[in-house]
Structure formats: structure tokens, C-alpha cells
Design a protein around this ligand. Structure first.
Ligand code: PLP
Length: 406
């Protein structure tokens, strides 16, 4: 049975107060809190096991290297990838997508080529493609969500033309929570020879992921949303794309030999990992993923689905609240504005007075904000440790904000 009380006890920060009220942390979509095992792993690494990785032959370097490299295996297991050589460790999704843009897309795309994107993408999965538009004349083709916030798979498939060189798409919207049918998109794209990059920053947090089964070419994740440290992450790149990709950053570790006249590169995945990495962050990331898998991704998803349905029904009872998107096929992420009132920042300030942490702003999703016709929203995003009681606290705090601003 899913024991949310025991899970909450694993996260020390959840027992603190904010403005004399128990913390209700509903900002996991921005960054999730860390369980004690992750905090302990970081302390242990720095206090007893720290050295640079890969290059040393001394004991500490060997311990650090082993622990660091173990994380590649853990991530492969977490993502259902058979070959860990297809996992490139990095600092997070932003780095992962930029690596693909510079190392794979730029050398292969020309003016007139097309990249298909959904209107829900985070700037991390937009701006690198704008670089290609600005510098190489690549066209960006946008697929809108419908009035419920759902993304019709067929619309994505219809956007593919003979000029399409990539579909770059999120698995879960960080604003609406909308889930995208990645497998169906990958199946259709493969038949037309179009690679698919999946932004798994939100998706991998809320549902079990099996990348081999999804059939995508790239799948990016970021450690700090997966209950691990910031500055950690990874991207899965399938064998064919790995063979095509050029190194994005040059430096130590990614080379085999360097002379005045030439350089030869290490084999993948090391070829794509330049410089001293986030050693301790990555070790902590591995522990966070083990922690999630220990609880079970199916169990986490079921708990969050229940929270999502409960929050959806309670929020929809507030007729002065404009909740963006009404699709039921979503993760527990809700964006809203308040009728006649308050800027999102004001609402979030009132909620904070009640101990409720939500995010306010454009959520790094400019095209979606334009599509929705709003400049900012408040966003409540739930994680594995949230409860129905916390949904009730959110509702009470929103009612207070409405009373103040109406
Ligand atoms: N993609 C999505 C959907 C996100 O929600 C985020 C973070 O908010 C990112 C990408 C960027 O992740 P990071 O800043 O960790 O690289």
C-alpha cells in the first residue's frame, strides 16, 4: 500500500513551517524536494568519497568513478533502456536538448527543413530550435492544443511533411499537465523516417517510462525534478543518432588523444561528456532514482492520479477560478488565473501567507501563454509526497485570496 505519511517523513523539508503554517509544497513541477537518502548521499560523497572521476588511479578517485558510473546503469534501468551506453550524463534537460541541437541537428539541417513542435513546449525545447531558425533558416511548425488543453496525436502526424527533420515534443506539459501520446507519435514518425526528441522533464516524474518501448530517438530528463540535486540529468540517444551526432562541447574526458595537429574522440557516451561533470550531483541523482523505483513508478503514478482527480474536482468547484485546460488525461499540474482579480504574483503571495508554495509567471512557456491569451498563471504542481488534505489547504487559501481581491 502507498504510505504517503512514511514518504513525507523521508523529506525533512516537508516538516517545516512557512509563515507559521505547515508547508504545503505545490511547486514540484519547478523543482522537487529531496529525500533524506539523497541528502545523506551528497554528504557522504563530499565528506568521505570525493575526488575527480575517470582520471585518477588512487582509491578515492576509483570510488567516486564507480559511484558516478553506476548512475548511468541506474538511469538506463529507470528509463527501460537495455544499453547504458546510450545514456549521456549531463546537467539537465536544457543541456541535453542543446547538445542535440548543436551536435546532431545543426550539421544535418538546411534552410527550408522543418522541425515540428507542440505549442506546449518549455523554452528549453524551443530556444535551441530558434537558433537553427535564425542561423540556418530552419522552419518551426507549431501544433496547437485543443480547447481542453489536449494535443491530438493526429495533428502532430499531419504536420509531418517531406521536409520534416525532427519532431521535438514534451511528454507532459509543465503548465497544463497534458499528457502526450509519445508512442503513437513515434510509431507514425518512424514510418516516415522522422526522428523524435522527447522532453521527458515532466513525464518521467509522473509515470513509468520505457524508452525502448516508446521508440523515440532522444529522451531528456533533469535530476532536480526527479527528487535529485539540481545540476544533474541525462539524455538517452539511440544508437543510430549517437553515430550521427558530433560532440557539442570539447575538453577533457571526451577525447582519446590530442596533439597539436589533431584530436581523436572517446567512444560514446564519453564522447559527449566534456570536462569535470557534476560528480556529487549525479551520485545524488542516482540515489533519487533508486528511491523512486523503490516506491515504484506505478504506485507513484496511481497516487498522483488520485490527487489529480481530486484536485480537478475541487478546483472546478471554484467558479471564479479559470483553470487552464480540462482534459482528464493529465498529470497533477494545474494552472489558473482568478476572475476579475489579482495578478498571478499576488495570488501566489497570498497563498504563501498560508504556507502554500505555488509558482506564478509564464513558466518558460511563451507560445502556450500566447495561445491561452494570458501573460501569467499560478501553477500548483503535485509530487509523490502530496496529499488530498493539501489540496483542501490550497482550496481554502484560494478562497481567501478571492475574498481579498474580489
Ligand atoms: N522542459 C520542461 C517541460 C520543464 O518543465 C523544464 C523545467 O522547468 C525544462 C524543460 C528545463 O529543465 P532544466 O532547467 O532542469 O534544464
Amino acid at each position: 500500500m502507498y504510505d504517503v505519511t512514511a514518504i513525507r517523513a523521508d523529506f525533512p523539508i516537508l516538516s517545516r513551517t512557512i509563515n507559521d503554517k505547515p508547508l504545503v509544497y505545490l511547486d514540484s513541477g519547478a523543482s522537487a524536494q529531496k529525500p533524506q537518502v539523497v541528502i545523506d548521499a551528497i554528504t557522504l560523497a563530499y565528506s568521505h568519497e570525493y575526488a575527480n572521476v575517470h582520471r585518477g588511479l588512487h582509491t578515492l578517485s576509483n570510488i567516486a568513478t564507480e559511484k558516478y558510473e553506476d548512475v548511468r546503469t541506474i538511469i538506463a534501468r529507470f528509463l527501460g533502456v537495455a544499453d547504458e551506453g546510450q545514456i549521456i550524463l549531463n546537467s539537465g534537460t536544457t543541456e541535453g536538448i542543446n547538445m542535440v541541437a548543436y551536435g546532431w541537428a545543426m550539421p544535418r539541417m538546411q534552410a527550408g527543413d522543418e522541425i515540428v513542435l507542440s505549442v506546449m513546449e518549455h523554452h528549453a525545447n524551443i530556444v535551441p530550435w530558434h537558433f537553427l531558425r535564425e542561423r540556418q533558416g530552419v522552419a518551426l511548425k507549431w501544433v496547437d492544443v485543443d480547447a481542453t488543453g489536449a494535443l491530438e496525436t493526429q495533428k502532430v502526424i499531419e504536420a509531418i511533411t517531406p521536409k520534416t527533420k525532427l519532431i521535438a515534443i514534451t511528454q507532459v506539459s509543465n503548465v497544463l499537465g497534458t499528457k502526450v501520446d509519445i508512442k503513437a507519435i513515434c510509431d507514425a514518425a518512424r514510418m516516415q523516417g522522422v526522428p523524435v526528441l522527447v522532453d521527458g522533464s515532466q513525464g518521467a516524474v509522473h509515470m513509468p517510462v520505457n524508452v525502448d518501448d516508446l521508440g523515440c530517438d532522444f529522451y531528456a530528463i533533469t535530476g532536480h525534478k526527479l527528487y535529485g540535486p539540481s545540476g544533474s540529468g541525462a539524455i538517452y540517444v539511440n544508437k543510430d543518432r549517437l553515430a550521427e551526432m558530433r560532440p557539442f562541447m570539447g575538453g577533457g574526458d571526451m577525447i582519446r588523444e590530442v596533439s597539436k595537429d589533431e584530436v581523436t574522440y572517446n567512444d560514446p557516451p564519453m564522447k559527449f561528456e566534456a570536462g569535470t561533470p557534476g560528480i556529487v550531483q549525479t551520485i545524488g541523482f542516482g540515489v533519487a532514482l533508486e528511491y523512486m523505483m523503490g516506491i515504484g513508478m506505478e504506485a507513484i503514478a496511481a497516487h498522483e492520479d488520485d490527487l489529480c482527480a481530486y484536485a480537478q474536482s475541487r478546483l472546478s468547484g471554484l467558479n471564479w477560478l479559470n483553470v487552464q485546460g480540462s482534459t482528464a488525461d493529465k498529470a497533477a499540474i494545474f494552472s489558473f488565473t482568478m476572475e476579475g482579480a489579482a495578478h498571478a504574483h499576488d495570488i501566489s503571495t497570498i497563498l504563501d501567507k498560508k504556507g502554500v508554495a505555488v509558482r506564478a509567471g509564464h513558466h518558460c512557456a511563451g507560445p502556450l501563454m500566447d495561445h491561452l491569451g494570458v501573460s501569467a498563471t499560478c501553477r500548483a504542481s503535485f509530487g509523490m509526497y502530496n496529499t488530498r488534505d493539501e489540496v483542501d489547504v490550497l482550496i481554502d487559501a484560494l478562497e481567501l485570496a478571492h475574498d481579498l481581491f474580489a
